[in-house]
Design a protein around this ligand. Structure first.
Ligand SMILES: C[S@@+](CC[C@H](N)C(=O)[O-])C[C@H]1O[C@@H](n2cnc3c(N)ncnc32)[C@H](O)[C@@H]1O
Length: 321
């Protein structure tokens, strides 16, 4: 596994070090443009363990700055490559506007709900970030639908775990590191693992334009992906480099959640007329026998080697049932 990490501004750094169409996945968390240096006052947090040197972007420059780095992101992504941008709500509109001025296409607007929201007395407590998941057109995006949960895996109430894991509201707590040195706004390992697991494969190249605490870099290497990235602050960069040198590539792989059922054997294959006729017949027979639609569909998934939604869509077709 390789890492190429630079103590440079990401816009000039991208131009210098990255060719067009060379990156599989970008995961990045730009400065929020809300006076990051005083963020601890909002959070009532002790800053003694926070690595000094965070570089903030003045709010009046946020729009131009966002357009410039997002233009670079568009250029370096391979066709079909994915980008996840973590953003607060204050400057979200600048990021969205910059994204809309590119050829990139929106896939999901994810809400990340976390613990330890900023305490407020006379209004609702803010406890979420936005994650903008977009792709570059012109290639097939990597989306590993069954990366974490198989199509047939259920919770105790018979709900699909795969469906739940792929909903666009993610409830993931921040990592709690009492007394340890950390970066401002360090992203949790579970959050990064999820994006990397769904949108890349081993050996891919991941880029983080704003390395901060090197959390994307650490998780990427831990999952056997290559990483390239930039951090403008010397102090934060030096701290991150000390951390990354002790990383053993692949160290996170043994603890990753793996699906316990194989992907459906006929996943994505077109239905023949005979197969559809058989499906309708089996649906009626099984429903008579089991008396439950959910159990019937579960059984049909097994018999026809297809996922739940494929079965439900086929049953909804306006044909002779
Ligand atoms: C929100 S933090 C990133 C946090 C990171 N995702 C983590 O989990 O630790 C943003 C980082 O971008 C850095 N930064 C600000 N302007 C930059 C620029 N033009 N190029 C590269 N890094 C920059 C800041 O110093 C800060 O460390």
């Amino acid at each position: 596994m390789q890492y190429h990490l630079y103590n440079e501004d990401c816009i000039t750094g991208c131009k210098k070090h990255l060719k067009d169409n060379s990156v599989d996945l970008i995961i990045t968390d730009p400065p929020y443009g809300i006076k990051g240096d005083t963020l601890h006052k909002h959070y009532h947090r002790n800053e003694d363990h926070v690595v000094k040197g965070y570089v903030e972007i003045p709010s009046e420059q946020y729009s131009t700055f966002s357009k410039q780095w997002i233009k670079q992101a568009e250029r370096i992504l391979k066709p079909g490559g994915s980008i996840y941008i973590v953003s607060g709500y204050t400057n979200l509109y600048h990021i969205l506007s910059a994204l809309h001025s590119t050829s990139l296409e929106e896939v999901n607007h994810i809400i990340w709900k976390y613990n330890f929201g900023v305490y407020t007395k006379n209004k609702f407590i803010s406890s979420h970030y936005h994650i903008l998941y977009w792709v570059k057109p012109g290639g097939k995006p990597t989306f590993n639908t069954y990366a974490t949960y198989g199509a047939q895996e259920k919770d105790t109430s018979n709900g699909s775990l795969n469906y739940q894991d792929r909903e666009d509201v993610w409830i993931i707590n921040r990592d709690y590191k009492p007394g340890k040195q950390k970066n401002k706004n360090e992203l949790p390992v579970a959050l990064l693992q999820k994006m990397i697991q769904y949108s890349s494969k081993e050996g891919d190249l991941i880029c983080d334009l704003f390395l901060g605490g090197f959390s994307t870099a650490t998780v990427a290497l831990g999952m056997k992906r290559n990483i390239i990235g930039f951090e403008i602050s010397k102090n934060i960069f030096d701290h991150g480099m000390r951390k990354i040198q002790s990383i053993i590539p692949g160290f996170l792989l043994p603890q990753l959640r793996q699906p316990t059922t194989a992907p459906p054997s006929h996943q994505g294959a077109p239905w023949s007329e005979e197969e559809l006729a058989c499906l309708y017949q089996r649906y009626h027979d099984l429903y008579d026998e089991l008396g439950s639609k959910a159990q019937t569909i579960y059984q049909l998934c097994e018999e026809f080697g297809r996922g739940r939604f494929a079965i439900m869509n086929a049953l909804d077709r306006p044909t002779k049932k």
